[in-house]
Design a protein around this ligand. Structure first.
Ligand code: FAD
Length: 390
């Protein structure tokens, strides 16, 4: 049975419903009861990720010919919302893998790279991350400094990549570095993508970051120290890494929008239940019209954020350019998650401020959705630019 705040499943096909139901059941049985502990102990639950991989959730967007689930963006995001509603930390790994490395390898991988890396990724045998940001280049990644230099047939990489999700836990990283030369700087056109097994000598993940939220997700700075790669590690064309990253980020931003919807939906579910139980002035909180109005606004914003995200997903499935639509969805959904979780903490009163109650974690988890894969300010820049595009 679905609750009032879940995505309605009546319009879904049998296949869509089966995938969403599988995600929901898995989240309830294998994730929900552990999240407080994982959050407290900063545990990245690799066995749970591996099990999700065995069920196909790490390769949902990969076509069946590459051994993925081959489902559309709409269905992928509905399944992701179920995981995100249980734990945003697990959802971010699934989102990154399906959106960025998978898109890069499907669109630009050579047949040999697809055989070697994409198929195991799709089968859930490899956890794959994406390293674009650097300590001095976040919103403006084209200003990155990490450098690859030709060495005979291959390459040698040096530099630092910042805040890489799964930087310390992935098997493989898609790493963006400069391939232009100091005498011939080409800005965004001087960046290339390399496929880097994290077991390669010279790949060093620093200690995991101690974060406000998403504490069960590994976030690490990665040092590239004379890391030698063969020519076959270059993805697609030299100098196209920035373009490939932006293509992946269109799908990535829909994943983060969905993560935000999942967080907000869970906060709403908890607030609805709490306001029915908690009594003040001799009646349940839900009897106060001021409380009802707050819950009504929360429910409306969750539904609007999901609708905006699903509409962008449907456009992507039709092959349309969704850069602006993905930014709108990510902007609105992440600000919704922050607003809804703030209201949920307020409705829980003093209990809401306590670690023993789950809305406090949701509030902390929500914040990052306004920051990564482009801050809210960067989304507004993308949206505004789209208003003037011919
Ligand atoms: C938990 C976590 C996981 C992450 N995972 C990854 C990952 O897997 N891979 C990866 O590559 N990166 C990852 N990141 C990095 C993330 O994408 C960056 O933090 C983000 O893009 C912002 O960059 P910055 O932190 O350098 O902030 P800055 O770019 O320094 O921005 C600081 C502030 O200035 C504002 N600002 C910047 N430029 C403008 C402008 N032109 N106009 C108006 N305001 C502006 C920003 O919006 C922000 O408010 C992760 C970050 C976190 C926190």
């Amino acid at each position: 049975m679905t609750t009032v705040v879940e995505h309605p499943t009546d319009g879904l096909s049998d296949t869509q419903r089966q995938i969403v139901d599988l995600a929901r059941e898995f989240a309830r049985e294998h994730i929900a009861s552990h999240v407080a502990e994982w959050d407290r102990t900063r545990t990245f639950p690799r066995p749970v990720i591996d099990e999700l991989g065995r069920l196909g959730f790490l390769g949902m967007t990969v076509p069946e010919r590459h051994e993925g689930m081959g489902i559309d963006t709409v269905t992928y995001l509905l399944a992701l919302e179920e995981i995100a509603a249980a734990d945003a930390s697990i959802a971010v790994s699934i989102s990154i893998q399906n959106a960025i490395p998978a898109t890069m390898l499907v669109r630009h991988g050579s047949p040999a790279q697809q055989e070697r890396w994409l198929k195991p990724l799709a089968r859930g045998e490899l956890l794959v991350g994406f390293a674009l940001s650097e300590p001095d280049a976040g919103s403006d990644p084209a200003g990155m400094r990490a450098q690859a230099v030709r060495d005979g047939e291959g390459w040698v990489l040096n530099g630092m990549k910042a805040w890489a999700t799964n930087g310390g836990t992935a098997d493989l990283m898609m790493v963006m570095v400069r391939t232009d030369t100091p005498g011939d700087r080409r800005g965004a056109k001087g960046i290339s993508t390399f496929i880097v097994p994290t077991s390669t000598p010279g790949y060093r993940a620093c200690a995991p970051e101690d974060k406000m939220g998403l504490r069960a997700s590994n976030t690490s700075t990665v040092a590239l120290e004379d890391l030698r790669l063969p020519a076959a590690a270059l993805l697609g064309e030299e100098g196209m890494g920035f373009v490939y990253s932006m293509e992946g980020l269109d799908a990535g931003r829909l994943g983060i929008a969905t993560q935000a919807v999942g967080i907000a939906r869970r906060a709403l579910e908890l607030a609805v239940a709490y306001c029915a139980e908690r009594r003040q002035f001799d009646q349940p909180l839900r009897e106060f019209q001021g409380v009802q109005f707050k819950l009504a606004d929360m429910a409306t914003r969750v539904a609007a954020a999901r609708a905006l995200t699903q509409s962008a997903a449907a456009r992507r499935d039709r092959g349309e350019d969704v850069r602006q639509a993905a930014s709108m969805a990510k902007l609105f959904a992440s600000e919704t998650a922050m607003w809804v979780t703030t209201q949920a903490v307020q409705l829980f009163g003093g209990y809401g401020y306590m670690r023993d109650f789950p809305v406090e974690k949701l509030f902390r988890d929500a914040k990052v959705t306004e920051i990564y894969e482009g801050t809210s300010e960067i989304q507004r820049i993308v949206i505004a630019r789209g208003l003037y595009r011919a």
